[in-house]
Design a protein around this ligand. Structure first.
Ligand SMILES: [Zn+2]
Ligand SMILES: [Zn+2]
Length: 323
């Protein structure tokens, strides 16, 4: 026993060390495959194929985002060097958190947006139980008489409502609400806001028109919601604003600008999302084309169709410009 005890202890230490090492080794290997230049290299030809499709950004209007913000340009290679946040390991699910009340059609838009996000980011998207609007205290709201509406402070939603509720397997948690939002001093309103490092975001349907009005109004509200939701989730996976081409990651100051931007990503941003979410570019485009076609978003479906054609080596890509 005098000899066996130290051996037993040593064996236990060795077993514990082995498991600890195995875990570390698995992390190390995962890290290696993430940094694997092959996966980034695999996307280079896709960038080249998509590049001719990209419509260059024109001069911004006086009220446009780029007239008042000087976002730096970021290529796919620069994104890879920026240590981006992305779905990895256990954090592989996007959570949607409904906040406040919704009409029947708004609720339908929430459901469709959930399905769309799943295809856009190649991961499972789960809807959490509703949170009552009363979770926002009165001093984190304001009433804008000139707009005739109440607004909710986004920073409170992000830090105090969402951050403590990010599940252990949450790659991101996004609140969606029909209440109007503002991000703080100096701002009239905001469509949505996200934290690039905290995995939290919020967006509002309140300025996207009444989806109960008509089928066209429903489609318009749906498209706007899809654009803002995927744009904000893109921020959560560390994609900054895009200043390279017409792209869903372009910054937006107003609804006209949002309507002008495409739902699809440009060549560089598409590579960022495909790399971050380990998505197959062709499969991703196919499922997004099908989604858009099924829900009457023809112009956006056509964009994805052109991307699918661009990945087909025998076909000549056509540009999005002028369409
Ligand atoms: Zn943005
Ligand atoms: Zn882009």
């Amino acid at each position: 026993m005098k000899i066996a005890a130290p051996i037993l202890i040593l064996t236990l230490v060795a077993v514990v060390a082995f498991f600890a090492f195995s875990e570390r080794y698995a992390d190390f290997r995962a890290g290696l495959s993430e940094a694997d230049p092959q996966s980034a290299e695999r996307l280079q030809p896709v960038i080249e194929r998509f590049r001719p499709l990209g419509a260059p950004l024109g001069e911004p209007g006086p009220m446009d985002w780029r007239a008042t913000h000087n976002d730096p340009k970021q290529t796919f290679k620069q994104y890879l060097r920026s240590r981006p946040v992305r779905p990895r390991g256990r954090r592989d699910t996007i959570y949607v958190q409904p906040l406040g009340e919704f009409t029947e059609q708004e609720r339908k838009i929430v459901e469709l947006t959930t399905a769309f996000l799943s295809a856009y980011f190649n991961c499972e998207v789960k809807v959490r139980n509703d949170l009552d609007a009363s979770i926002i205290p009165p001093h984190k709201r304001r009433f804008r008489a000139e707009m005739g509406r109440e607004q909710v402070l986004t920073t409170y939603v992000l830090r105090d409502v969402l951050k403590p509720r990010l599940p252990e397997d949450g790659a991101a948690i996004i609140a969606l609400t029909a209440m109007d939002l503002w991000p703080g001093k100096g701002w009239n309103f905001v469509f949505g806001q996200a934290s690039l490092k905290e995995r939290v975001g919020v967006w509002s349907l309140s300025r996207f028109g009444d989806p109960e009005e008509s089928e066209e109004a429903f489609r318009r509200c749906l498209l706007r919601t899809l654009k803002v939701a995927s744009h904000e989730t893109g921020h959560m996976f560390s994609l900054p604003h895009c200043v390279l081409y017409e792209c869903n990651m372009n910054g937006s100051n107003n609804l006209r600008e949002t309507d002008r931007h495409p739902l699809a990503l440009c060549a560089e941003c598409n590579a960022k999302v495909c790399w971050a979410t380990r998505a197959n570019p062709l499969k991703r485009c196919r499922s997004l084309e099908l989604f858009c076609r099924t829900h009457g978003l023809e112009e956006e479906a056509d964009r994805y169709e052109r991307r699918i054609a661009a990945l087909d080596a025998d076909r000549q890509p056509k540009s999005d410009a002028g369409r």
